[in-house]
Design a binder for this molecule. Structure first.
Ligand code: HPA
Length: 245
């Protein structure tokens, strides 16, 4: 079994996942967000990790990204499909829109972002020109195009520190930087995966218009509402894609 799904906000459980085993991996970095589950999603063997814990309790800036990626690697994972809830910056990215980003700008500032600190033998300067695995992206894009979902392929993911949402001025700045979506969880997850030679792709689901991009303030109720449709669509996409990954 070499594929793992890391579920974010709204996806701490995979409907249709048949659990076989729960792995409490001991890592040099401490505890993973939750036990890593192995089982089948439809007919595909997969690992599943709830990034924010199960139940959802760990905020983005407190996630032990190093423990999570280290543990997945130790189980033999070669490919990670990461599901991320995001705010939409680009005009056409409203609630429930799915985007498969191809670039990242990292605005986080207080996270442990590398295994290089103490994991001897780690390459110091990984190539990160294309932060997401192109092969994995292409496979999922082919499947996404078959589904009649509000979606787009390619975009720049801004990763902010959180846990607060951004100010409108911050979003204006991110837009000027070329960002299309904004979330808090892809970094350093994506670069840690690259350090461990794990192919990584993000399936990002818009759950709100980013700050200052709609008349209304952003409420958790509105986010929850968008998550329902967004994650139902995400299940369809995962179901459709996994046999080809
Ligand atoms: N900003 C940052 N992260 C997010 C947002 C947002 O608007 N929505 C969901 N995750």
């Amino acid at each position: 079994m070499s594929i793992a799904i890391i579920g974010g906000t709204g996806l701490s459980k995979l409907d249709g996942f048949v659990l076989e085993k729960s792995h409490q991996v001991i890592t040099p970095y401490g505890e993973t967000s939750s036990p890593i589950l192995s089982g089948h999603f439809d007919d595909t063997p997969v690992y599943f990790l709830a990034r924010h814990g199960s139940p959802h309790q760990i905020p983005p800036h407190r996630i032990n990204y190093r423990a999570n990626i280290w543990a997945l690697k130790s189980l033999g994972v070669k490919k990670v499909i990461s599901v991320n809830a995001v705010g939409g910056i680009a005009e056409h990215m409203g609630p429930s829109h799915i985007n498969i980003p191809d670039q990242i700008i990292d605005y986080t500032y207080r996270r442990n972002g590398s295994f290089c600190d103490d994991d001897k033998g780690m390459p110091m300067h990984i190539d990160f020109s294309d932060p997401f695995d192109e092969e994995l992206r292409k496979i999922i894009i082919v499947q996404l195009k078959k589904l009649n979902l509000d979606s787009s392929m390619g975009g720049v993911y801004a990763c902010t520190e959180g846990p607060r949402l951004e100010s409108a001025a911050e979003i204006n700045r991110l837009e000027k930087d070329g960002c299309d979506i904004v979330g808090m969880t892809v970094m350093p997850e994506a670069s840690l995966a690259r350090e461990k030679d794990i192919a990584y792709v993000s399936l990002s689901v818009v759950v709100n218009k980013a700050a200052g991009r709609s008349e209304k303030i952003i409420t958790m109720d509105d986010i929850e509402e968008a998550l329902k449709t967004g994650m139902a669509n995400m299940h369809q996409l995962l179901r459709q894609s996994l046999p080809y990954v």
